[in-house]
Design a protein around this ligand. Structure first.
Ligand SMILES: NC(=O)C1=CN([C@@H]2O[C@H](COP(=O)(O)OP(=O)(O)OC[C@H]3O[C@@H](n4cnc5c(N)ncnc54)[C@H](OP(=O)(O)O)[C@@H]3O)[C@@H](O)[C@H]2O)[C@@H](O)CC1
Ligand SMILES: Nc1ncnc2c1ncn2[C@@H]1O[C@H](COP(=O)(O)OP(=O)(O)O)[C@@H](O)[C@H]1O
Length: 524
């Protein structure tokens, strides 16, 4: 489970602008905060505090570890490791058989000033340096790369990280797991494989966006700890981390005594291609999942317009008979598209293509998912007619939410999955800007972006969601959340969408069965 915890004694976390959020700072802002603080503090204070924080967490996490191996890089991340080694060495001085060593594969000739000071402190304390990997360590401290990594890792450093990532030994990562890009969550090591073993990451000074999206969660380990090194930061965040879901609020719905089903908002799902309409490929379940999720999340009335002939419609959904089933053609021919939040594309197959123009032209509140996204085609293509439609929607004050997974995002951007995953916040922002839309780029650390709005990265959810149909559930939740929304500013829409994404992640937070949940289980 993800925990973002201040270290003991650090006091409560500072207030974020909205409940359940924390600010994330990328490399540029983190460096500016660091420089500002360094200018007002005695020399090396920040590195001293960083080393102390690392040593303190190492002792708290692995109090019985006697042999500690620090792997130090050639920059200030390595410096944090050197200073932590000095403190741990002192702490373990009287423990029989204890030893702290530092392996610095790049040598110490070119250390920057702070790191040199830390190195000298370690040498003065009697810390041993070694020329080979510390194979017998009971605790490893990963101080190879931090904020300074922004290019592929090669040569001796690649070998170092390969060794480090293959160890089953508990590993405390200093500031960032080495190999991770702080801004994007990109993994700069050639194999996209998550490191093994028990791991913790202690983020220093600021929490970075890359820790929570892309490879961040997989590489950072069981928990991400945070120490602000005593430096307050009220700079504009690079992104927000959504840590808790403030929605749905079942109690509030119950307290709304004067409410009725119409006041909770309507959702219309369009999708679920029938086998007849799709050359033997039926996907009705996807639309039903979205509809059930919308109902479960509190929408007052949920309609499901199936991409099927009337004669092929089931009489009802036996799991949720409250869903109102009809054909997509009947639903789209009624007044529903104007009144309801329309969630289109779940299980839409090829059949959704025929309705795309209608959907964009007639639905003021539209969520496009799955095959509806594929039907849009690359938005970058100069010949695409979509941009005009999008401009028109924007001019009318209509809003659109797109929920691509990385492959769908790659199709929309005319690129490939690797490019999308290399900069998930950037990909979400680009799409949002091109289409004047709110975009949720799904996957580990879903990113919600909208024009002019700070992106929101979801801190919840985990690998249990990597199963078919969970995206349909998310689309339904977003529909329900938006159906209950009065305000329509981009920031409010993005916040509401991020609420639904967080609630979706929370569906697996308390899952205790050894069997992973299916999409149906999530909303049972
Ligand atoms: N100063 C302070 O008081 C504080 C500092 N803090 C700590 O400092 C960290 C930032 O330190 P940093 O800026 O020195 O960057 P860092 O992550 O050590 O990497 C730079 C080194 O890596 C090398 N390198 C990079 N990429 C590479 C590659 N692909 N392959 C091979 N080499 C590569 C690069 O080499 P170069 O590019 O120069 O060739 C250089 O040697 C921050 O994360 C935090 O831990 C905080 O505790 C706050 C207080
Ligand atoms: N490893 C993961 N960690 C967190 N969330 C995940 C992970 N894998 C998938 N998810 C979430 O599960 C959902 C899957 O959606 P999608 O890929 O569209 O599936 P489908 O189309 O089968 O419904 C998304 O909300 C995504 O963010």
């Amino acid at each position: 489970m993800l925990q973002i915890l201040p270290l003991p004694g650090d006091g409560p976390p500072r207030e974020a602008a909205r409940p359940g959020r924390r600010p994330l700072y990328g490399v540029a802002v983190s460096r500016a905060i660091e420089q500002r603080a360094a200018a007002t503090l005695p020399p090396h204070t920040l590195m001293q505090r960083a080393g102390m924080a690392v040593a303190r967490l190492a002792r708290a996490w692995q109090p019985h570890a006697r042999r500690v191996g620090v792997i130090a890089g050639a920059g200030n991340n390595g410096g944090d490791g050197w200073y932590a080694a000095a403190l741990l060495h002192r702490h373990l001085a009287d423990v029989p058989g204890a030893a702290v060593c530092v392996w610095a594969p790049g040598g110490v000739q070119r250390l920057p000033a702070d790191a040199r000071w830390a190195y000298e402190a370690a040498v003065a304390a009697g810390v041993r340096t070694v020329d080979t990997p510390p194979d017998d360590a009971e605790l490893l401290v990963d101080a190879v790369f931090g904020l300074g990594l922004a290019r592929p890792v090669e040569g001796v450093w690649r070998d170092t990280l390969r060794w480090l990532h293959a160890q089953a030994t508990p590993t405390l990562c200093v500031d960032l797991p080495s190999g991770l890009d702080a801004d994007t969550g990109r993994w700069w090591v050639d194999a996209p494989v998550a490191p093994r073993g028990d791991r913790l990451t202690l983020s220093l000074l600021t929490l970075k966006p890359g820790l929570f999206t892309g490879m961040g969660r997989a590489a950072a380990g069981e928990a991400i700890w945070f120490d602000d090194l005593g430096v307050p930061a009220d700079d504009a965040p690079t992104a927000w981390l959504q840590t808790t879901a403030a929605w749905p609020d079942g109690a509030a719905l119950r307290r709304a005594h004067a409410s009725h089903k119409g006041s909770r908002g309507d959702v219309l799902v369009i999708g679920g291609q029938s086998p007849g309409a799709g050359a033997g490929v039926g996907m009705g379940g996807a639309a039903l999942l979205a509809g059930r999720a919308a109902l479960r999340a509190g929408a007052g009335r949920v309609y499901v317009g199936l991409l099927a002939e009337a004669r092929d419609l089931p009489p009802c959904d036996p799991v949720q008979p409250a869903l109102m089933l009809r054909t997509a053609a009947a639903a789209l021919g009624s007044e529903l598209p104007q009144r309801a939040v329309v969630v289109a594309g779940c299980g839409g197959g090829d059949a959704i293509h025929a309705h795309l123009t209608d959907l964009l032209a007639r639905c003021p509140r539209l969520v496009l998912d799955a095959d509806a996204l594929n039907a849009l085609g690359p938005i970058a293509a100069p010949s695409a007619s979509c941009p005009d439609v999008w401009r028109e929607r924007h001019t009318r004050g209509w809003w659109t939410v797109l929920t691509p997974h990385p492959l769908e995002a790659a199709r929309l951007l005319g690129t490939d999955v690797a490019q999308v995953q290399a900069d998930r916040p950037g990909a979400a922002r680009t799409l949002a800007k091109r289409l004047n839309a709110t975009v949720v780029l799904k996957g580990s650390g879903s990113v919600t972006a909208a024009p002019g709005v700070t992106p929101i990265i979801n801190g919840g959810g985990d690998g249990a969601l990597a199963t078919a149909g969970t995206g349909d559930v998310l689309a339904g939740l977003i529909g329900a959340r938006l159906a209950a929304l009065d305000a329509t500013s981009p920031a409010d829409t993005a916040a509401a969408v991020a609420d639904a994404v967080a609630a979706h992640g929370d569906l697996v937070r308390h899952w205790t069965s050894p069997w992973p949940p299916t999409a149906t289980d999530l909303i049972a």
